[in-house]
Structures are given as C-alpha cells and as structure tokens.
Design a protein around this ligand. Sequence first.
Ligand code: MRU
Length: 319
Amino acid sequence: MKTMEWKDNRLVLIDQTKLPDELSYFTCKTYEDVIIAIKTMVVRGAPAIGVAAAFGMALGYLDGENLENVGKKLKASRPTAVNLFWAVDRILISDNPLEEAKKMYIEDIDTNLAIGRYGAEIIEKGDTILTHCNAGALACVDYGTALGVVRTAHHQDKDIKVICDETRPRGQGARLSVWEMQHEGIPVKLIPDVASGYLMMTHKINKVVIGADRVAFDGIVNKVGSFLVALAAKRFHIPFYVAAPLSTFDHEISIYDTEIEERSPDEVLYYGGCRIAPKNTEVINPAFDIVPDDLITGIITEKGIIHPKKFKEFFINLK
Ligand code: MRU
C-alpha cells in the first residue's frame, strides 16, 4: 500500500511511528484525527503532510465543518513544511475539496516520478549516495523525492549504493529510509549521524541527495543535521543535491525567517525508551535545519534541476 489511502470516506495512513517493526495503519475519521496524525508523526515528510492535510480538509468538508477554521487548525499542527500551508490554501479555493485532495494525491506520485527522472541524470554509475532523514515514499504518497532519485538510478542499473544516517532523535534514516531501501533491494548501509564527515573525507561517499521541507530564495530548510552534512560535503567537494517538488517552494521567504519547529525534550532525553541524560536536563530540540544556497549544488524539481543562485530566472521561465 501507499503511505496513505482514501477508503470509504476515511483517510488510512501507514503508522510511521511503528516502523520498521510493525506495519500498521492509523485511520482518520475526522479532520481532528489528521491533526493528531501530523503532530505525532504518524504521517511525516513535507509532501505527505501536505496531501494528508488536504484529505483532512476533505473530511471537514464532508462533516459540514467551517473550512476556514479547519484550515487554521491544520496549519497549526506543524509549522515548518510549507506543503501543509500550500495544501490547505489550495483546498480552500477549490470547488470540491475531496476531488481536489484526490487530484493532489495523484499529482504527488507523478511529480516524484519526474523528480526521479531528472535527478537520475546527475547520478553516475557506481555512486555511493548519502541521504539524510527520510525523503522517500513514506515522506510522500509514493516513490519519494531524494529516494525517488535513488530508485530511478537503481532501475537504470547504475549500480548505486546508499548510505543512510540514523537521523537522531527520531531515527527517520534508520527506521524508514533503510526499511524502504531494503524492500526495494537497493544496497544500503546505516551510519551514525556523526560519521558522514569521516566517510566523505575517506572517499566512501561521492554524492549527497536529501529532501526539503521548504525551499526559500536563499537556501533550503530540512531535517536537523542537514547543515552539517552540507558543510562537510562542501569541504570535500562532494556534490550536494536537494530533491523537492515545486509545492515545497516558498520563494518569498528567507531561510532565516522560516519557523523552525521545536519538539519535545523527551525525544532527546530518551533513547529506545531509556533516559540517557541526568534528570532535570534542559534540552534544545529543533526539528529542522537551514542550509544556505552556497552549500547547494542543485535543486532537483519535477521541472528540471535549478542552480540555487539562478532561482529567479527559473521561475520567470516557468511562467
Ligand atoms: O520531521 P519529518 O520526518 O517530517 O522531517 C522530514 C524531512 O525533513 C524530509 O527530509 C522532508 O520533509 C522532505 S520529504 C520528501
């Protein structure tokens, strides 16, 4: 099954908090259920959050709710991924929220396939690709953005290997990206977050492809840890690509003005259910990072690959 499905007027989500040990589902009967699913990260990843929110709006519509209010509440569920805001606004101006949500669902898959096709052009035979967090099928409706690039290159027999960092504190790399790659039969190895610099220095990684929660005019916002990966890649002249659909673009904003979600201290204080720091430890737990455009080699979209410094020209040409 895909990350989510619309069945019998319900939104059924893979419960990503239970992976990789258990493949189970979370059924949303109301828009409030969708808000819970987004907040608790049952569904996560920018495109998946966007499409889930669109179905949340559809549930509100079917229940006769005031959609402006539903939209406000959905937008307050997680602040960083712009797809959430994009999806709610798109539903608000649509004639039929359910049909629009279904359209966005299909579009997401087509978009990722296109990102995969463009992205595979920069992958060379034998590449070892580092990815951070999970920008895979689970972060979208299907196929993935960064892992969509990996999938296409693999289907083209490019003999690629993937390295996933664990992505503390929620472990999306270890739990979700490794799981996806194993299911697809793509060679994958897991590393501690802190090991990617050493592996770049010793020529064990020759490309980085990650996703984004927001593409601003001066860089991108993505899972915390992305900046340090980008810095190391720059130091060792390793191409650093970001794969993201145009629905993740917010070209009015600067990376420095994007709201970075701060999550619960418990995510850092506990590991596998055990406390790993003294009682009363104060914690800072930003869920996202910012990567300035001078560290980015290119942004892979469904319309082509953009050089981050040529942003404006790209959008002028698109119109
Ligand atoms: O906190 P998460 O798991 O929602 O963060 C996800 C990421 O940072 C992804 O890299 C990003 O949303 C891109 S997904 C195609």
